[in-house]
Design a protein around this ligand. Structure first.
Ligand SMILES: Nc1ncnc2c1ncn2[C@@H]1O[C@H](COP(=O)(O)OP(=O)(O)OP(=O)(O)O)[C@@H](O)[C@H]1O
Ligand SMILES: [Mg+2]
Length: 478
């Protein structure tokens, strides 16, 4: 039996906003959590990437706001700035008919501007933890009237780096508030940690066969470091994504890859924690508008981002842990769409791939490396599509006389071949050498020296290492 939004006893303005947003029926996580959340209970909610968790916590939050009260009544915390902006926009849409004021408060943005915006009395603030702490210290934000607090990407935020900040923030909210935790991945430790600031927790996990989304085709390519760039550009030419995200391990890697892809003629740009916030905002805007086709990013873009049209995700470097894999590939195949996720695995990283397969209970198909000929054919196909599209648009009047003249002199198939050649990119084969990244396993080996390797216990340790999330903390947005 499918649930309808009208079965969830929502208020009229919220129903109208949902209609404005074009949502017809609730997703599974929405249908399961909203009624429980409306009773005021604390919830840990888990469902696959792209299944509408934002609206699942957004509806109870908006319902709880009293718009006649000027105090901050709803608080949402997100691990990254881009996610903060995105979630604030979605909540703002949900609350628009009710006239709920929503403000995003994140690091890197001019603080005096935020302070001015805070004077307009938002009912809901969506914040990254570091900047919120800053406001609490300056007393420009008061959380004494918060009725509902949400941790989006809770597991990411509760891992060692953020736990103290979260405790400080929640410590300033009234103890009788409602607390909701959401993520596609909820490690057992999260539940233990959450007992500190939640009560009478109801855990709601949408039962799925797989951790990852079934509509995402998952493949891998075994490559050597030095083959990665050619493999990527060939795949881009063959696959011709609408929008793609390419994940690199480090900021340096991302910078080099942006330069390399631009040199080879792609509309590429990137996102990482060393860029200024105005640069990051501009890149995200362009990516959402299609002005950038390939977004190259560190794990700062792995969580929560929802960009329509992302058909492909490439793990140029293997993710450091299984959760990161799940979230990265979840940037495609959202809201029922299909997607394609390709992972580059160097020979020494095969064990990590097997671990990912074990934990996600899904085998990745091994594909042979694409050849140059396949890539050229792919590019020609794109050129042909461009040409036929131009023909079907039928506004070529100004060129027709010239075309007739050419056809008098040359064979028609020669002319079309020449046009296709001109439309195909010639800069794809420019040789570029990237600085090599160390394979994951080598990095781990230095962390797990000693007897374990001789005893053959290395595998197990490597598995533990996959959860250490060492480098990700280096690229937090805070
Ligand atoms: N009921 C609905 N019907 C149709 N589309 C929906 C519905 N609810 C949400 N969506 C859309 O689905 C997409 C994914 O939603 P959302 O970003 O909330 O996913 P998520 O579960 O938080 O994923 P992630 O784990 O990656 O953060 C968004 O574009 C959202 O607008
Ligand atoms: Mg989300």
């Amino acid at each position: 039996m499918t649930t309808l939004f009208s079965d969830l006893a929502l208020s009229e303005p919220v129903m109208q906003s949902l209609q404005d947003m074009g949502f017809e029926s609730p997703t599974a996580i929405q249908a399961e959590t909203i009624p429980v959340a409306l009773t005021g209970r604390d919830i840990i909610g888990q469902a696959q990437t792209g299944t509408g968790k934002t609206v699942a916590f957004g509806i109870p939050l908006v319902e709880k706001v009293d718009v006649d009260d000027d105090a901050i009544q709803g608080l949402i915390l997100t691990p990254t700035r881009e996610l903060c902006i995105q979630v604030a926009e979605e909540i703002s849409k949900l609350g628009s008919r009710k006239r709920v004021r929503v403000l995003s408060v994140y690091g890197g943005q001019d603080i005096s501007r935020q302070i001015r915006a805070l004077r307009n009395h938002p009912h809901v603030i969506v914040a990254t933890p570091g900047r919120l702490i800053d406001h609490l210290q300056r007393r420009t934000v008061r959380l004494g009237s918060v009725k509902i607090a949400v941790l989006d990407e809770a597991d990411e935020m509760l891992d060692m780096g953020f736990i103290e900040d979260i405790e400080t923030i929640l410590g300033q909210c009234p103890s009788e508030r409602q607390t909701l935790l959401f993520s596609a991945t909820v490690k057992p430790g999260v539940k233990t940690l959450s007992k500190k600031f939640m009560r009478d927790i109801q855990q709601i996990a949408v039962k799925a066969q797989e951790v990852t989304v079934p509509s995402i085709e998952q493949v891998y390519y075994e490559v050597h470091e030095r083959q990665k760039l050619d493999a990527l550009t060939r795949l881009l030419d063959i696959e011709n994504p609408e929008l793609a995200i390419v994940f690199g391990r480090t900021k340096r890697r991302v910078d080099e890859l942006i330069g390399a892809l631009q040199t080879r003629g792609y509309l590429a740009d990137g996102l990482h924690g060393d860029m200024s916030q105005s640069q990051r905002d501009a890149v995200m805007r362009k990516f959402r508008d299609g002005g950038i086709e390939v977004l190259v990013a560190t794990d700062v873009a792995a969580r929560g981002l929802d960009v329509t049209g992302v058909t492909h995700v490439f793990n140029f470097d293997m993710p450091q842990d299984v959760d990161s894999y799940v979230h990265r590939i979840g940037r495609t195949g959202r809201a029922g769409m299909s997607g394609f996720a390709a992972t580059f695995v160097t020979p020494r990283e095969v064990d990590h791939l097997r671990l990912i397969e074990r934990v996600t209970k899904r085998r990745l198909e091994r594909r042979p490396l694409p050849t140059l000929t396949e890539a050229r054919l792919g590019m020609q196909r794109v050129a042909m599509e461009q040409l036929t599209k131009a023909v079907s648009e039928d506004n070529l009047g100004g060129y027709k006389a010239l075309a007739e003249e050419l056809l008098d002199q040359y064979d028609s198939s020669m002319l079309v071949a020449a046009a296709l050649k001109l439309l195909s990119k010639t800069n794809r084969e420019i040789p570029i050498t990237l600085t090599e990244e160390k394979p994951l396993r080598a990095k781990r080996a230095s962390n797990f020296r000693g007897n374990s390797q001789r005893r053959g216990g290395f595998r197990g340790n490597a598995a533990q290492g996959m959860h250490m999330q060492r480098y990700r903390r280096n690229d937090r947005s805070e």
